[in-house]
Structure formats: structure tokens, C-alpha cells
Design a protein. Structure first.
Length: 418
């Protein structure tokens, strides 16, 4: 705008010079690139270039100049748009106009727009990173709560949250730890009570078993007396087994001691469990031939698990006995690798387990359909479920390829992974 006023003054001085033509005056003005100057005098238009007379001079600016005042406006008659400046030259009875194509301004605006977009992206990214970092700091204690709760539900009752400096979070951490202490004390108290009861019952049970043994050895028992003694013997054995299972569950519920865990080859663990049940399961007493085959997939041959050997062996033996006693006979044991886990499949020849019952079958004292008609304490599968849970694994039931039940005994692999 200031440059236009300077150029208008030069034009006015040139027009005052006697004998100077308007075109010469316009040619003498040094105009910026893509800027056109117009002079209108005596109703005639003159321009510094080849533009049409008054091209791009807006009516608004022309009226202002005719009225004796400077005018300024935008016009879209050029590409890119231009600024139109009009200045009256009353001393020489003329009007001076400049049409300044906003090429540099357009470039500046483009640069500014690009800079704003880049700045917005950087700001957004920085804000997202800052928010993520802040949220991570805020949620870290909550994540620790989740991890601790998962460990506690898996039987690791000694898990606690570490103290924090934030006073608000310190309240949460303290409340959580106090709650866990209370729950742990209650579980341990209940477990001790169950264990004490079980141990107290062992003595009279042993006495009854001994007395029954003496009674069975008494000669001359009548048929009805012998039958009664046999029934008593069967029920006492069931009672003894239920008592042993309750004691085992009490130990599992009271927590685990990882210091007693050891690394065991999965194939050895299966061999131990099979050995516990070999006389009843693997060898058919009539045919003296194997009735079930243990197979190991190639990528699972060297897998190892970190477990309490006795607990894991007992649980797997329970699962094998369950297949033989309640599932119509064991048909196969398969060892397979699944990511970071090793799965031991125990398949039977029974009718399988209805999908609606596959979760409930692991509950304590649960007896499902025909599988519960063969006696037992109803605690065997509960022991299996608790054992794999405290070791960080899981157990579930599905249908085998032959239509029977396939119980999957899954534990985290601690070594031998490919």
C-alpha cells in the first residue's frame, strides 16, 4: 500500500512535467513483478502493460477514487486474486490505480498453511504421546492390580502391590493389600479347618478300617453278613478317597510354594502318571495288550514344565483314571505344543460331555450324567483344575475326533521351545 502511494506521487510529478506523455510516465515507474499500473485522465485509460483498459479495477475502488478518496479491495478477475489500490491525483486531474497480483502472498499463505498443518500434526502427535505417557503412569498401578489379582486367583496368595508415592494411589494400593490380607487369612483359616477336620477323621477311619479287616477275616459269616461287610468296605474306601482328596484340595487352596517347583520333561511327567495307573488302564487284563497309546508330536518331544512334581503327577493321574473309570476307557494320550504352552490330551471312549456341562464338570462334588454313576468322591477333576490353575495353566473338556471326551491338561512350557 505504501509503495502504491509512492508510485502515485511519481506519476503525479511526471504528469506535471510539460510535454511528458502518460505512457512515458507509467514506463518510468518501477513496478513489482505482476503489478499493473493504470492512469485515467480525461476519461481515457492508460496502462503500464498490455492489459485492457481498467482491467481488474473494481467498481468499488473506482467510485471511491472519483469521490476523492483512496480505495482498496480484492478482485478475482486475475489468477491468483489481486489487490486493487486506487489513489486520486487531484492536482493533475487524474486517477492512479495499481492491480497487484497476490502471487507472493499466495505463496506465503500456502507456506503458512503447510506450516500450520505440519504444526497441527506434530502437536497432535506430541499430545497423543504425552497423553499416552500420562495415562500409562496413571494406569500402571491398575495394571499391577490386574496382574496381582490374576496371580492371587491362580493360588499365589503372597502376591501384593508395591508401595507408591502418589497419595491417591497409595490409598488404593493400601486398600487392595489389606483386602488381600483379609481374604488370604480367611482362606488359610478355612483351609486349616478343613485340613484339621480331615486329619482328625483319619484316626477313626483307620480304626474302622482295621476293625473291618478283622471282621472280614472272621470265619463262618453268613451270606447277608458277608454282603454287609463288603458294602461297608466299599463305602469306607470311598470315604478314605474323599478324605484324601479333601486334604489335597486344602493344600492347593492354602497356596503354592514355588520354591518346591522343579523343571520336569513333559514326557517324563506323563510316564509317571501312566505308571500310577498302568495296572488298571494301559494293560487289558484279558487281552494283555495296550488299550491306549501315548503319542508325542515332534515339536513337543523336548518340552519341559516347571511344576510341583507330586501335585502335577497326582492331577494327571486323576485325569487318566477319570477317563478309564467314568469315560468308558482311556483311548489315547497325546502331547502337543501350542505356542508357549504344552497340552496333554487325555481321550476316552465314552459318549463325551454335553457342551453345557463342560465347565461344571470341574466343580467340587459335581457328578455329570452317566459319568457320575460310577462312584468316586466327585473331587478328582476339581483337584486337576486347581493344580493346573496354581501352575499358571488351564484344563478344559472338548469332543475328541472319535466322539468321546478329550480333556486338555495345559501348562506353560518352561524349556525346550523351538
Amino acid at each position: 500500500m505504501q509503495q502504491a502511494y509512492t508510485n502515485a506521487a511519481l506519476a503525479k510529478d511526471g504528469l506535471r512535467t510539460s510535454g511528458a506523455s502518460v505512457v512515458d510516465v507509467l514506463d518510468a515507474i518501477a513496478l513489482p513483478n505482476r503489478t499493473i499500473a493504470y492512469v485515467r485522465t480525461g476519461g481515457q485509460w492508460y496502462s503500464s502493460g498490455l492489459a485492457e483498459e481498467g482491467h481488474a479495477v473494481t467498481e468499488h475502488v473506482a467510485r471511491a477514487v472519483v469521490a476523492g478518496s483512496a480505495g482498496l479491495s480484492w478482485t478475482g478477475a486475475t489468477d491468483p486474486p489481486a489487490i486493487v489500490v486506487g489513489i486520486p491525483l487531484a492536482a493533475v486531474d487524474a486517477e492512479y490505480y495499481e492491480v497487484i497480483v497476490a502471487e507472493e502472498l499466495d505463496g506465503t499463505l500456502l507456506t503458512l498453511r503447510t506450516a500450520l498443518i505440519v504444526s497441527a500434526l506434530i502437536t497432535t502427535l506430541a499430545g497423543a504421546l504425552l497423553g499416552w505417557y500420562a495415562a500409562r503412569g496413571v494406569l500402571r498401578p491398575l495394571n499391577q492390580v490386574t496382574v496381582a489379582a490374576a496371580r492371587i486367583s491362580g493360588g499365589h496368595l503372597a502376591s501384593r502391590l508395591d508401595p507408591v508415592d502418589d497419595p491417591d494411589l497409595a490409598t488404593l494400593v493400601g486398600s487392595f493389600n489389606n483386602m488381600v490380607d483379609t481374604v488370604t487369612e480367611r482362606i488359610e483359616r478355612d483351609a486349616r479347618f478343613a485340613a484339621d477336620v480331615a486329619h482328625e477323621l483319619r484316626t477313626p477311619l483307620a480304626t474302622l478300617t482295621t476293625a473291618l479287616g478283622v471282621l472280614q477275616g472272621t470265619p463262618g459269616l453268613s451270606g447277608s453278613s458277608a454282603l454287609a461287610v463288603q458294602l461297608m468296605s466299599t463305602e469306607l474306601e470311598r470315604f478314605r478317597q474323599a478324605l484324601e482328596d479333601l486334604i489335597a484340595l486344602g493344600r492347593l487352596d492354602s497356596g503354592v510354594r514355588e520354591s518346591e517347583w522343579e523343571s520336569v520333561a513333559v514326557t517324563d511327567l506323563v510316564a509317571l502318571a501312566v505308571a500310577d495307573t498302568r495296572s488298571a488302564i494301559i494293560v487289558d487284563t484279558d487281552k494283555d495288550e495296550p488299550t491306549a497309546v501315548v503319542t508325542t508330536e515332534p515339536d513337543a518331544v523336548h518340552l519341559r514344565v516347571r511344576v510341583d512334581r507330586l501335585q502335577a503327577r497326582r492331577a494327571l493321574s486323576n485325569l487318566i483314571r477319570n477317563a478309564d473309570t467314568h469315560g468308558g476307557g482311556l483311548t489315547a494320550i497325546r502331547i502337543a505344543s501350542r505356542g508357549r504352552f504344552v497340552d496333554i490330551h487325555v481321550e476316552d471312549a465314552g459318549p463325551g460331555v454335553h457342551p453345557a456341562e463342560r465347565q461344571r464338570i470341574f466343580e467340587r462334588f459335581a457328578r455329570i450324567g452317566a459319568r457320575g454313576a460310577n462312584g468316586g468322591s466327585g473331587l478328582g477333576l476339581s483337584i486337576v483344575e486347581r493344580t493346573v490353575a496354581v501352575h499358571g495353566g488351564s484344563v478344559w473338556c472338548r469332543e475328541s475326533a472319535a466322539g468321546g471326551a478329550d480333556f486338555v491338561f495345559s501348562l506353560p512350557a518352561s524349556g525346550g521351545l523351538p
